[in-house]
Structures are given as C-alpha cells and as structure tokens.
Design a protein around this ligand. Structure first.
Ligand code: ZN
Ligand code: ZN
Length: 166
C-alpha cells in the first residue's frame, strides 16, 4: 500500500490490536481502515499516542492542491473533510471503503513546546482545527455526523487532550 500523499510505501503498525498503515520517516500520515473503527471505540483514549509521534521528514508537503488517491481502493479519490495549513493538519476519507487518511503533523509538533505553553496551544489546536471542522461535518447530514463521531474517537485514540496537558 502506498502513501496517498507522498507515495512512500506504508508500514503496518499494530497498537492495542488496532492495525494502522503509517508513513514513517516521510509525511507521517496514517491510514485507518473501517475494520479498525470498532476496535478503537472500545479502547481508552490515548493508547495510540505513539502513532501520532512517528518520525517525520522535514519539508515533506502533504498539501498538494490535487486530491489524494485512496491507498486501498487505488482509483477512488479521497474526500477531504478538512485541512488546515496553519494547523498543519489534514483529514481525508474514502467514500467507497470509508477508510480515513489522517495527518496531524501540527498537533505532533506541539508536543515539543514547554509544558506551560503546551496546554494552551493544544487547546487552541483542538478548538480551531478539530471542534470547528467537526461541527461543520455534523450539521451537513446524518451520515456525515456519524463519520464525525468515528473521527472524534480516532483523534482521542491518537491524542487525548487530558494526557497531553494534565
Ligand atoms: Zn506519506
Ligand atoms: Zn478506498
């Protein structure tokens, strides 16, 4: 399976039984197929934190105007739920196989801030990038609201606000 953003070969990581295809050493993006959603739902938040912190190469740009091709279906273009140049983050989903492509480079970067600045920075990140974008998804229609809920669980799996700031 190839990274939809930088074409690097994806590597499988298994964390708490959840299988993720990651792009380590390049863009650091994560591919999560729909069979993992139920598993993630059953886990405590934060268990997948190591996946967020995988090594990223400097200067690998994932915001390329053009849409990304689904790494699983290969011909379907991923639907972009949101991206933020400022927040250095992107969430895409395949409308056919329902897998998510997630790049939260901006969030991972906040981890290196001094503790006293981190709390506010993470809060701002979640407010501007996550809360606002997810509520836009929720009001579109029911199906999208469901996807927003799954995405929230995935984000909690990768990065609980509490453990980062607490
Ligand atoms: Zn990549
Ligand atoms: Zn697909």
């Amino acid at each position: 399976m190839k990274c939809p953003a930088c074409k690097n070969a994806l590597h499988e990581s298994v964390v708490a039984g959840v299988k993720i295809q990651a792009c380590p050493g390049e863009c650091g993006g994560l591919w999560i197929n729909r069979f993992q959603f139920k598993k993630i739902q059953a886990l405590k938040p934060g268990i997948g934190q190591s996946l967020l912190m995988i090594e990223r190469a400097e200067g690998v740009k994932t915001y390329r105007g053009a849409e990304h091709v689904c790494p699983a279906c290969e011909i379907t273009l991923l639907h972009r739920h949101f991206f933020s140049t400022e927040g250095d983050s992107e969430v895409n989903q395949c409308s056919k196989c329902r897998g998510f492509w997630i790049d939260l480079a901006g969030l991972a970067k906040l981890k290196s801030l001094p503790a006293d600045q981190r709390r506010q920075a993470v809060e701002n990140y979640f407010t501007t990038v996550i809360d606002v974008k997810l509520s836009q998804m929720r009001i579109l229609h029911n199906d999208m609201a469901q996807q927003a809920q799954i995405l929230t669980q995935i984000l909690q799996f990768l990065c609980p606000e509490d453990e980062w700031t607490g």
